[in-house]
Structure formats: C-alpha cells, structure tokens
Design a protein around this ligand. Structure first.
Ligand code: HEC
Length: 493
C-alpha cells in the first residue's frame, strides 16, 4: 500500500452533538482531529507513519509485519490491536536490525509482539515524553526496549525475553518510570545506565544473568547515574549463564546476580523480594568490578549513598561465581551473601546504609550505617520528597509533572550532538568496547576524514570478525551523516 492509500478514519463520522463535543475537545488540546490510520496484514506500517500527522494514531491489526518502522514525527501513537489472542507481530527473521526506531517526541507504542530482530525491538533516539507499554518482545538481539537520551518516559507492562544485552535498557535518560514489566532469560533484565531520576518498581526479573542493574559505563557523553529508586520488584533465580557478545561490557556480569549497583549514586533499594540468585542478592561495587573497563576521568567510579531498606532476601548465593566464591572463602564460607559491598563500595566515605542488617548475610558492609538511624541522611536529600523520612514510600513517580520540552534536531553541530548521543552512543563509548569499537580506535583509523565515516555509516560493511555488523544509518540525511561524523571526531573523552 502506498502512503496515499492509507485508510484514515476521521472522527467526523460521529453524529453532530458528539462532533461538537469533539471539536471542543480538539480545541481544548490545541489539535485538529487526530486521525486513526488502520494498518492490516499486507500493508506497511511505515507507509502509515509517512501519511500520519502529529497527534494521529496508527492502529495495527493482527498479522505478520516484516519491516523496520522509523518515526521521526512528534506525537505519533503506534497501537496494536490484539484480538482473540492474535497480535500484530513485527518479525525480523534475524535479518532486520530494528523493529521500531523513534526520534519524535511524544511517541507511544503499545500492544505489539516483536520477535527475532538483530539489534533492538524499540529504540528511542533522543525523543522525549515517550510511553512504551504492553509489548511482548522475544529475542530481538542486543537490546529490547532502549530509550537512549530521552527525558520523561514510561516503560510499563512489557514482557521481554531472550535479549543478549539488556532487555530494558534506559540509557543516558532522565525522569523515567520502569514499572510492572516482566523480564526473563536475558543477560541483563533491567539496566539503568548513565541515567538520572528513575523509578524501577513492581517488575519481575527472573532467570536472567543479572536481574536489575544501575550502572555507569565510562566513556559516554553523560558521565553520571544517580537518583534511582528500585522498589517492590521481585528478583528471582537470575542464574542464566552469561550469553552476551564476548568482550562487551555486560559479558562481565556474573551469573547469579540479583541486583548490581555499579558506580551508581543515590540508589535506594527498598521493599524488594530477592531470592534464589546464586552469586549474591545485591552487589554494590565500583567501576573496576567489570574487569578490563578503563576509567573515565570525568566519572566517579564509586557508588555513593546507596540505601538498602526492608528487602526480603533469602536463599541467595548458593553457587557463587568464582570471584565472589574466593572472597567468601576468606570468611570460611562457600556461600555467596545476600548483600555484597565490594571494591570501592565498602568505605565509610561512600555514606551507604542498610536497614535491619542482621537479617541478611552480608559481606563488606563493615563501614555502612543503619538507614533507620536518624543520623543517616534521609531519602529526601535525594531530590524528591518522600512522606516518611528514610523511605521512598511517598514517591509515586519520577516522571515530570509537565511534558519535557521537545527535542528539535537541526542539521548542524548542535543537531549532530543530539544524534550522536541519541544513536551512536548506544553502541560506541570513547575508550571502552561496547557493541561497537571505541571512538579512540575509530579516530586513530580515520584521522580527520569525516567524509569517509559519513560514507561508511550509510552502508556499513563487516570489518571486524569479533564484532557484529553495524546497522546502516541511512535514515539520517547525507548532511546529517557528515555532521555527526565530524562530531564523533571532536570527542576526546
Ligand atoms: C547498534 C550499534 C551501533 C550504533 C547505533 C552505531 N554503531 Fe558504529 N559500529 C558498530 C559496530 C558493531 C561496529 C563494528 C563493525 C565492524 O567492524 O564490522 C561499528 C563501527 C563503526 C565505525 C568504524 C568503521 C570502520 O571502518 O572500521 C564507525 C566510524 C562508526 N561505527 C560510526 C558510527 C556513528 C557515527 C554512529 C551514529 C550515527 C554509529 N556508529 C552508530 C555499532 C554501532
């Protein structure tokens, strides 16, 4: 179907009185009629996106859709219609890289089944004010749901399995709620990376290599990760052997990790159930935990002000990974702990605390305070205002009360920076191998030749035997490819 053939059911079918109401409503929200575009098996979702205007809903009926959908307009909703158990299924056949890429603001995607892509199921590229809800994602390669460099977003009620890196990966983003998702059989279940102001609540993370992670990856343009509440999650049996791409960052997560706080600051872990994780329930550690990770002069490698409160933990550590086992042997035990503070995490200067410490088997918490002690800083210093001192139970969201200003990507150096942060930094850091090679190595290879980079990224060919092939960036204009290539060459940390 061509874009002009897209079926648009305008609300104008409604009878007069109702129509008057709609006009009023449309007036109130400052919009003309939002059109609904119906897409059925055999049609192209992308064609409907091309035909849509901001505010429109694209309604996708059950059936198989083999495509990559790019959404660069604002305020588009992609809504699957699930009928009698039949879903609209985006199928990548392990040939296509990505199912849905969006750079528009105000994007909503819900009720899709997404299977067998190589790169991402749903990736946000610098779009603000997004909602990703009620999707079912199976084996979509490196990442499942991956908003990169977005502000004010909701990720809820999704089910994800079989992802080689992080199933839900909040990358360099702010003001994000991740709630009521189920993640299993992935390497990392939920990862909050170089992000600020996140609420991770009510999720079930089971049978991953690591359940829930709060991380700083060095070498990215955003250098910090702080203010995360990880609350009321169920984190069980995360003992799947690590099947990440060898050499990638998450390949260093030991199997059997319930939660991993790596260099993240102001993380509150409260009211979770954490059990059956064979290495440890919660590991709090510094950047040198992930071996062969080089430092970043602008990132603090230590986790500061971590608060662990009122979690139910038992039956963790039954078969710890080698490094943790060696630690435990120093205490004449072969069982891993419920809570492990490791490397830089243990020191009193970190100002971390735990409540009811004696309820848990712990290692390395010697200098930690008691979160219930009135002298330990209360949670409200973190940024939001809890109703009870020392607990987050009064905080219901980290999303913003009003939408964030939409990001506008212009074809110049400013726009190139947004594109770099929204796209390239998903796979490239300055000095560390992530999915792609470090920028340092790319600079050494290309010198000043931005033109050659611009050319490569339009249609990347396979270069390195031990890396995947880079997905083409030909959705960017030729001018933008050149701008972003130039920007990449200016990076020096
Ligand atoms: C989904 C992950 C991913 C994203 C996003 C990505 N890259 Fe890459 N990139 C890779 C991988 C993997 C390689 C290594 C490919 C190979 O060696 O075959 C690579 C290699 C490269 C190279 C080296 C090419 C060579 O000749 O060796 C350049 C330059 C590059 N990427 C630039 C970019 C730019 C600019 C962007 C953003 C517009 C970007 N990449 C986005 C994964 C990615």
């Amino acid at each position: 179907m061509t874009p002009s053939q897209a079926i648009c059911l305008h609300s104008a079918h409604a009878h007069r009185g109702f129509k008057a109401l709609l006009v009023l409503f449309a007036f109130a929200v400052g919009n003309s009629y939002a059109a609904i575009h119906d897409v059925r098996e055999g049609d192209s979702i992308q064609a409907a996106v091309e035909a849509a205007s901001p505010g429109d809903v694209i309604q996708v009926h059950p059936g198989l859709y083999r495509e990559t959908v790019y959404v660069d307009k604002d305020d588009i909703t992609l809504r699957g219609v699930v009928k009698d158990g039949e879903w609209p299924n985006l199928e990548g056949d392990k040939q296509l890289n990505d199912a849905i890429l969006y750079s528009g603001n105000g994007f909503t995607v819900e009720w899709f089944k997404i299977t067998n892509y190589k790169g991402n199921a749903i990736m946000g590229q610098a779009g603000n004010n997004f909602s990703i809800r009620n999707n079912w994602v199976i084996d979509t390669g490196v990442y499942g749901i991956f908003p990169e460099f977005g502000e004010n977003g909701l990720i809820e009620n999704n089910v994800l399995s079989g992802i080689e890196d992080a199933a839900i990966y909040v990358g360099m983003s702010d003001y994000i709620d991740v709630r009521n998702n189920r993640v299993f059989d992935n390497v990392a279940g939920i990862e909050i990376e170089n992000s600020r102001h996140a609420l991770v609540e009510g999720n079930i993370a089971h049978n991953n290599t690591g359940g829930i992670l709060v991380f700083i990856t060095p070498g990215l343009p955003i250098k910090t990760s702080y203010d995360a509440i990880v609350r009321r999650n169920t984190v069980i049996n995360n003992n799947t052997p690590n099947f990440a791409i060898p050499g990638s960052l998450v390949a260093g997560i030991p199997s059997g990790t319930g939660m991993l706080i790596l260099a993240g600051d102001d993380v509150i872990i409260e009211d979770n159930i954490i059990t059956g994780n064979n290495t440890a329930g919660i590991i709090v550690t510094s950047q040198d935990f992930a071996t062969d990770v080089a430092g970043d002069p602008d990132s603090d490698p230590n986790p500061d002000r971590v608060q662990i409160m009122d979690n139910v933990m038992f039956d963790n550590g039954n078969d710890p990974a080698t490094e943790v086992k060696a630690l435990m042997l120093t205490q004449f035990s072969t069982t891993g702990p419920d809570i492990l503070a490791f490397k830089g995490a243990a020191h009193a200067d970190r100002e971390s605390c735990v409540s009811r410490k004696s309820a848990y088997r712990t290692f390395g918490l010697g200098d930690w305070g008691d979160c219930n002690s009135p002298t330990v800083r209360a949670a409200d210093a973190v940024g939001s205002a809890p109703t009870l001192a020392g607990t987050t139970r009064g905080v219901s969201t980290k999303m913003l009360p009003e939408p964030a200003a939409p990001r506008v990507i212009t074809v110049d150096a400013d726009g190139a920076k947004l594109v770099y942060q929204g796209i390239c930094a998903g796979c490239h850091t300055y000095n560390v191998r992530m999915i792609g090679p470090p920028v340092m190595a790319i600079k050494a290879q290309y010198g000043e030749d931005a033109g050659a980079i611009a050319q490569y990224i339009a249609a990347p060919e396979k270069k390195r035997p031990d890396f995947p092939t880079m997905p083409p960036q030909n959705h960017l204009s030729e001018e933008m490819r050149l701008e972003v290539a130039k920007y990449m060459l200016t990076l020096n940390k």
